[in-house]
Ligand binder design. Structure first.
Ligand code: TPP
Ligand code: SF4
Length: 284
């Protein structure tokens, strides 16, 4: 059995001390250990942003793709080899600005991936601009009078896009995050895990203290994750109380099961019945 150390890399970590990304990295490793997954069975796909360095710091197959394109890359990987455990890691900017269109389609198709949002409600890497999930009135260098726009709500977006697993956790609750990640990875279908991830350098509003005073666990209050309407209502709650946990879960066949060609097994293991040389010669 592997340990967390086996999932570590020698790369020097350049995240700011105290960043919520450390807890995400630690709990993902713990979840993989607990699930008994091997490094070669897992693929991590990251976008561009502080979260994007994730692939440097975890020893699994990895692709650090371009900004906003985590989901197309992750979908392609899953369809090429659906036996792999595919995880996407995106910033809130990455996922809900340039990546927004991909989100709705991956969710409605029920692509079997776990999509972790490092939701710090700000652009971290580019030094603190308003992000799509920033709340209305949020002051940054690009919104000095406060953002005029309503923030995107990742959970209601996921619910209205027919995602089959919709959850939120908090980087200050590592045990909760580990258990939630394990359920998301085991879920067969599109699993959104929105992580409240304090950015200690640029977001001075949504701090660890801010969340500690507000978060509560849905499982402590008897929430029924099979009830779509109740999930939607809970997803709208953001104020003195902020819920974390599994908002919604349903079973629906994952995307790859609909492809007749994949019923014979993973594409990557199937014999090529095309003459590749002839095909390549056409491009000479
Ligand atoms: C196509 C493209 N547009 C814009 C950028 C510039 N850019 C790099 S990271 C980033 C946003 C970072 O914020 P977020 O996605 O929330 O990630 P974080 O750094 O907070 O983890 C932007 C706009 C880029 N690299 N590529
Ligand atoms: S800028 Fe923010 S998100 Fe990026 S590493 Fe530092 S604390 Fe983390």
């Amino acid at each position: 059995m592997l340990t967390m150390k086996d999932f570590s890399t020698p790369a020097v970590n350049t995240w700011c001390p105290g960043c919520g990304n450390f807890a995400i990295l630690m709990t993902v490793k713990q979840a993989l250990v607990d699930l008994g997954l091997k490094r070669e069975e897992v693929v991590a796909v990251t976008g561009i942003g502080c979260h994007g360095k994730f692939t440097d710091y975890i020893d699994v197959n990895g692709i650090h793709t371009i900004h906003g394109r985590v989901l197309p890359a992750a979908t392609a990987i899953k369809l090429s080899n659906h036996e792999l455990t595919v995880m996407g890691f995106a910033g809130d900017g990455d996922a809900f600005n340039i990546g927004m269109g991909h989100f709705a389609h991956a969710a409605r198709r029920n692509v079997d991936i776990t999509y972790v949002i490092h939701d710090n409600l700000i652009y971290g890497l580019t030094t603190g601009q308003t992000s799509p999930t920033s709340k209305k009135g949020f002051v940054t260098k690009t919104s000095p009078r406060g953002s005029f726009e309503l923030g995107v709500n990742p959970l209601t977006q996921a619910l209205t896009s027919d995602a089959t697993f919709v959850a939120r956790t908090f980087a200050g609750e590592p045990k909760h995050m580990t258990e939630l990640l394990k359920k998301a990875i085991r879920h067969e279908g599109f699993a959104l895990v929105d992580v409240l991830q304090p950015c200690v350098s640029w977001n001075r509003v949504n701090t660890y203290q801010f969340y500690k005073e507000r978060v509560y666990k849905l499982e402590d209050e008897g929430h029924d994750a099979g009830d779509y309407k109740a999930a939607y209502e809970k997803a709208l709650e953001w104020g003195d109380r902020i819920p974390i946990g599994i908002f919604y879960q349903e079973q629906r066949p994952p995307y790859h099961e609909s492809f007749p060609a994949l019923r014979k097994g993973a594409l990557v293991g199937q014999p090529l019945d095309v003459d590749v040389k002839k095909l390549l010669d056409e491009f000479r």
